[in-house]
Design a protein around this ligand. Structure first.
Ligand code: FES
Ligand code: CO
Length: 359
């Protein structure tokens, strides 16, 4: 006998015993994708520390440009976010708070004060940069490695933007799995149970099969229309429109963790657009960037505030369950869970993510 025991006859062969692939928040494959890291409105004059995929980055505005560097000075590894932006020179630089090394937006070290003004700077003095940075839909997006996914589309691209009033929910950071959060956002069968007190009150538990269209390797659009009792329509209350109305629902998903939901009300008119962008912070934590845009509230800030507060309540209902999941990774092996024909959309989500991470 050798030290390694032979598998008994009839035991599963090696491929059947492989680890079940599941997508955790810090899977290395997620580095080659776009992720939101900060709301632009939260970036002022000072550098801001953010975390993505378990790594620390610093976001700053230099000469009007948003720049992102690893939050680790190459000298003694101090966090650059503890430094400051020096705007006194010809170009803005990010100055480390420890020994004053300065970095431009490309990460190049421009000054090492301890060496004097004419010193030759060591080649390894540059700060690490991500492969790509973008500002898009009011957020700073980072791809640590060259992105294999597109930035998510603007859900109002085809609209008269001036007709909409938009507002952000407060940024939420909580214990959660990024894949699970997106799975939950795209899932239409949970409304009567998770949201019994809000959007699920009158919801029919039977899910009409939606139309699912893949858009390339990393995105899909999901459309469905259904009848619902529109109790909020003042014309219903006044008896001028029927209670049962039609709404058209469009979900747009872009891998790995970006979604929007658009609801168009046929009889009452008006559209409600919700964005839901998840930042995988570390193995157990996510930050959720979400916003609401409405064109049926007469540009009334009070009604927008009410819509934002309502959506906050809906998200809180979701997070109460999502934070309680013991295992936060999203299973990508389709045999690990039980799927029914009501789960068409969330099965497609798993396929897209499995392709992305090469599972
Ligand atoms: Fe940043 Fe020394 S640690 S300058
Ligand atoms: Co929900």
């Amino acid at each position: 006998m050798t030290a390694v025991e032979a598998a008994p006859v009839g035991a599963p062969s090696a491929p059947d015993r492989r680890r079940v692939p599941a997508l955790g928040n810090t899977d290395p494959a997620l580095r080659a994708a776009w992720h939101p890291v900060l709301r632009l409105a939260d970036l002022g004059d000072e550098p801001v520390a953010v975390r993505l995929l378990g790594e620390a980055w610093v976001v700053a505005r230099l000469d009007g440009e948003v720049v992102v560097l690893a939050d680790r000075c190459p000298h003694r590894l101090a966090p650059l976010s503890a430094g400051s932006v020096d705007r006194t020179g010809e170009t803005d630089v990010l100055r480390c708070g420890y020994h004053g090394w300065c970095f431009d937006g490309g990460g190049t070290c421009t000054t090492i004060p301890a060496l004097g003004p004419d010193a030759r700077l060591p080649p390894r003095s540059a700060a690490t940069t991500p492969a790509a940075v973008a500002t898009h839909l009011g957020l700073v997006w980072v791809a640590p490695d060259a992105p294999r996914t597109p930035l998510p589309p603007d859900p109002l691209a085809d609209d008269d933007r001036a007709a909409f009033l938009a507002g952000d929910l407060p940024t939420i950071t909580c214990r959660a799995g990024a894949g699970l959060l997106v799975d939950n956002f795209l899932d239409m069968a949970h409304f009567p149970y998770v949201h019994a007190a809000t959007i699920g009150t009158d919801e029919d538990p039977v899910v009409d099969p939606p139309v699912v269209e893949r858009e390339g390797d990393a995105a899909m659009v999901v459309r469905s229309s259904h009848r619902f009792p529109n109790r909020e329509d003042p014309e219903v209350v006044a008896g001028r429109r029927p209670l049962l109305q039609t709404r058209h629902v469009t979900y747009r998903y872009t891998a790995p963790f970006a979604c929007s939901l658009r609801i168009d009300y046929e009889e009452a008119g008006g559209s409600n657009v919700i964005t839901f962008f998840v930042q995988p912070v570390d193995d157990e934590t996510c930050t959720i960037h979400t916003s609401v845009a409405r064109d049926d509230i007469d540009h009334d800030p009070g009604r927008l505030a009410a819509a934002v507060a309502f959506e906050e309540g809906v998200v809180a209902e979701d997070l109460a369950l999502q934070s309680a999941f013991v295992e936060l990774a999203l299973p990508l092996d389709l045999t690990a869970e039980v799927h029914t024909r009501a789960d068409r959309v969330t099965v497609e989500l798993r396929r897209i993510l499995a392709d992305l991470v090469g599972a």
